[in-house]
Design a protein around this ligand. Structure first.
Ligand code: LUZ
Ligand code: MOS
Length: 759
């Protein structure tokens, strides 16, 4: 009997890196980081730290045996700074000591001398100074000049969205254990075991087969451990390699918040052209992405922004430019949605402005322009689904959008200090890594002689329930109880060359590999059963409810006897399968192709009540129709939808990163100053309906990816608040940039200004 994560979590028995029994003699690492956001490292004296009690080693860039380079896409990030420092929190040295406390105390004794240089943290300013991480990229479709001429209305403006702290429950952590013959085992909390393996090998100057990375599960990640688990894992590996002893590194919460990158803040300029009936004709946008000090995944994230520039709408002429700006902040990184949410926010801003000008409601413009089957995305791909429109229609059918608006208007006439607002947020999100080569996965399945099953894949469990999905797939193929299936740790010696668990695609790709691997073993078992029944071919045999079923009738040949019989017949009870998503390609010279296996769509209605006196508000209800395909785990999918929604609402309304204007140090580096949605700010009413599935999907057993798309329903909260501001905000909307998050503080500021104008 094998328990899965929900049971283990509720028993408090799940193990995270910090819970692993450490080997005797384990040492502990603390990192010395830059306290200046930009400068030249002139001196780094480690003598005092080396002499401190319990200290075994103090390592700097010169102690790195291989390359001092941890870049993934662009090689622009040292593990330990040796010359220029370019953000607060950049690692400079590592102290290895007998206890975490001794390591931290000694770290205080390392005195870096940094000559201060000017720092830039605004992406537009960085752009003006030519500080780019990569050349700008433009996605372009249609005849723009002609389209502008055909417009009856052109609105333009600026939209800014903020960063976001991942706030995974488990902070960054690794336990590095030296093994025989110079090899290492790393227990790392990473979404990308192969990234950690590859970069540890690069930094240590050893082959990848000398580094084993093992991941049991993560306590949340949300993209924050796609690339950014790597430095901490590699620092621990370096410590273990140099000292020959196990080394553990666990960031505390404050360190984790200060040292690691966030969601990318964006500042964008747009121009939207429409016909007088509200048809979207042309969309021109420039995204200034705040990349931080190193490239990390920024270029890939910016590309996903461009892929989602028109979200769920059909716009015939589009020119979208992404500019990846280098600034002196910690390198920003992957975060649920991966640049998609930033794009969708800008277009919704433009739609609201157009609605004001045309005297239409936002929903009227939205509904008129939803993607229909056969429409072409700005990257040349045809939209094959019909779920964008169907989910909108279903939402309208369930909740009568016009009636909600009408009843809000009624309420607002008599509501005193309270105002109600609403917004509908349609989402259409492309599923596949936009880097085509990453769309591969594998599974290794063993059936043991007692009938128990072990499944290894490249997928990393991070609370999203991927292990339960893998177990469900294996149980379904074999026709056995799910408790027979154990999902093993994600380990680079069992599953090599893994793509990170990211892009919402892990269950699809690893699940398909599990399905095929189990199918291979099943076919061999059915052959054995066929022989048992004296049949030439096993065509009429199936495995169901743990027994062989023959021509639809149960037999007394059960799963355990069958497996054992197969073993005695020397039949292979294991299968390793590689899966690569079929049919996808993308040309980066033309920016055209079919980058996605499919799209996930849905729509959400958000309703809020604003207190016009205090600027406070409640998100009263969010009603969602979401396309999961044929869900293989409805409860897990519902959890992803609700969790994604809340995280999106947090990004849009309360999560406000603040930096000291002089030093650029992060001020919101604790849970006292950085607020995320909690049980009290959760909408009282969250309704989720799964859209009926009419299509064949590339996900496993006709399911669809679910990790990221629901995040973007949260964008509706911003626009529902804007709607509640109503005419209070119309003039501001005409003249000022739209800025997220819409905190209560910002709302109060708007309300006070309006009041002053009135009196
Ligand atoms: N990671 C990545 C991602 O490397 N490529 C992607 O396209 C992606 N999309 C979403 C989330 N993570
Ligand atoms: Mo991600 S944003 O690691 O799918």
């Amino acid at each position: 009997m094998s328990f899965h994560d929900p049971e283990l979590h509720s028993r408090g028995e799940s193990r995270f890196v910090d819970d692993l029994q450490i080997p005797e003699g384990t040492l502990h690492a603390a990192v010395v980081t830059s306290s200046l956001s930009h400068g030249i490292l002139e001196e780094l004296s480690t003598a005092k730290a080396e002499a401190a009690p319990g200290v075994r080693a103090v390592l700097t860039a010169v102690d790195i045996p291989g390359m001092n380079q941890i870049g993934t896409i662009i090689m622009d990030e040292p593990l330990l700074a040796s010359n220029e420092v370019s953000f607060i929190g950049e690692p400079l040295a590592v102290v290895i000591a007998d206890t975490p406390a001794l390591a931290h105390q000694a770290a205080e004794l390392v005195r870096p001398q940094i000559r201060k240089l000017q720092s830039i943290t605004d992406p537009r300013e960085a752009f003006a100074r030519g500080m780019l991480i990569a050349p700008p990229v433009t996605f372009c479709i249609g005849d723009l000049d002609k389209s502008w001429e055909a417009c009856d209305l052109i609105v333009k403006g600026r939209a800014d969205s903020g960063g976001q702290e991942h706030l995974y429950l488990e902070t960054q952590a690794t336990l590095a254990i030296p093994m025989e013959n110079g090899s290492l085992r790393l227990h790392s909390g990473t979404q990308g075991p192969t990234y950690v393996q590859r970069i540890a090998a690069r930094v240590l100057g050893i082959p990848m087969n000398m580094v084993e990375v093992d991941v049991t599960r993560l306590g949340g990640a949300f993209g924050g451990k796609e690339d950014q688990a790597t430095p901490w894992a590699v620092i621990a590996a370096l410590g273990a390699y140099v000292t020959g002893r196990p080394v553990k590194l666990v960031l505390d919460r404050g360190e984790d918040m200060r040292l690691t990158g966030k969601r990318h803040p964006y500042s964008s300029d747009y121009r939207l052209g429409l016909s007088s009936e509200g048809r979207l004709l042309v969309w021109e946008v420039t995204y200034y992405q705040n990349g931080g000090a190193a490239s990390d995944l920024s270029t890939a994230i910016l590309e996903r922004t461009l892929f989602h520039t028109t979200n769920a709408y059909a716009i015939p002429s589009v020119s979208a430019t992404g500019i990846c700006c280098r600034t002196h902040l910690p390198p920003n990184t992957a975060f649920r949605g991966f640049g998609g949410p930033q794009a969708m926010f800008v277009l919704e801003c433009a739609l609201r402005k157009a609605a004001d000008e045309l005297g239409m409601t936002a929903e009227e413009i939205q509904a008129l322009n939803l993607l229909r089957t056969g429409d072409i995305f700005p990257y040349g791909m045809e939209y094959k689904g019909d779920e964008v429109e169907r989910s909108w229609l279903r939402l309208d059918e369930l909740h009568d959008l016009k009636a909600v608006r009408k009843s809000n208007e009624q309420f607002n006439l008599s509501g005193g200090i309270y105002r109600r607002g609403m917004a509908v947020m349609p989402v259409c999100f492309g599923i596949s890594f936009t880097n085509t080569s990453l769309n591969q996965a594998s599974a290794l399945v063993h059936v043991y002689t007692d009938g128990s099953i072990g499944v290894s894949t490249g997928a990393v469990e991070m609370g999203q329930g991927v292990n339960a999905k893998m177990a469900a797939v294996a149980a379904r193929v074999f026709g056995v109880d799910i408790t027979r299936v154990k999902v093993e740790t994600t380990n680079t010696t069992r599953t090599a060359n893994t793509s990170p668990t990211a892009a919402s695609s892990a269950a699809d790709m690893n699940g398909n590999a599990v399905r095929i691997a189990c199918g291979n073993i099943l076919n061999r078992l059915l052959q054995v059963a066929g022989t048992h029944f004296g049949l030439g071919d096993p065509n009429h045999l199936e495995l169901r409810s743990e027994s062989i079923v023959r021509n639809g009738a149960a037999t007394d040949l059960g799963w355990e006897v069958l497996v054992n019989t197969a073993y005695l017949e020397r039949v292979n009870l294991s299968s390793h399968v590689h899966y690569s998503t079929p049919g996808i390609h993308f040309n980066r010279d033309t920016n055209q192709g079919v980058p996605f296996a499919y799209h996930v769509a849905g729509a959400a209605l958000t309703e809020v009540t604003l207190d016009r006196l205090r600027g406070t508000y409640t998100v009263d209800a969010v009603r969602i129709v979401h396309d999961c395909g044929d869900s293989i785990a409805p409860l897990i999918d519902r959890g992803q939808i609700e969790g994604g929604l809340l995280q999106g609402i947090g990004w849009m309304t309360i999560e406000d990163l603040k930096y000291d204007t002089a030093s650029r140090a992060l001020l919101t580096d604790s849970l006292a100053t950085y607020k995320v949605p909690d049980i009290y700010s959760t909408p009282a009413d969250v309704e989720v309906e799964f859209l009926e599935c009419h299509s064949e999907n590339a996900g496993v057993f006709n399911s669809k990816a679910v990790g990221e798309p629901p995040f973007m329903y949260g964008i509706g909260a911003y626009f529902a608040l804007l709607d509640a501001l109503g005419s209070d905000d119309a003039e501001r909307r005409r003249n000022e940039p739209m800025t997220a998050p819409m905190t209560a503080e910002r709302l109060l500021g708007i309300l006070i200004r309006e009041k002053r104008k009135d009196s």
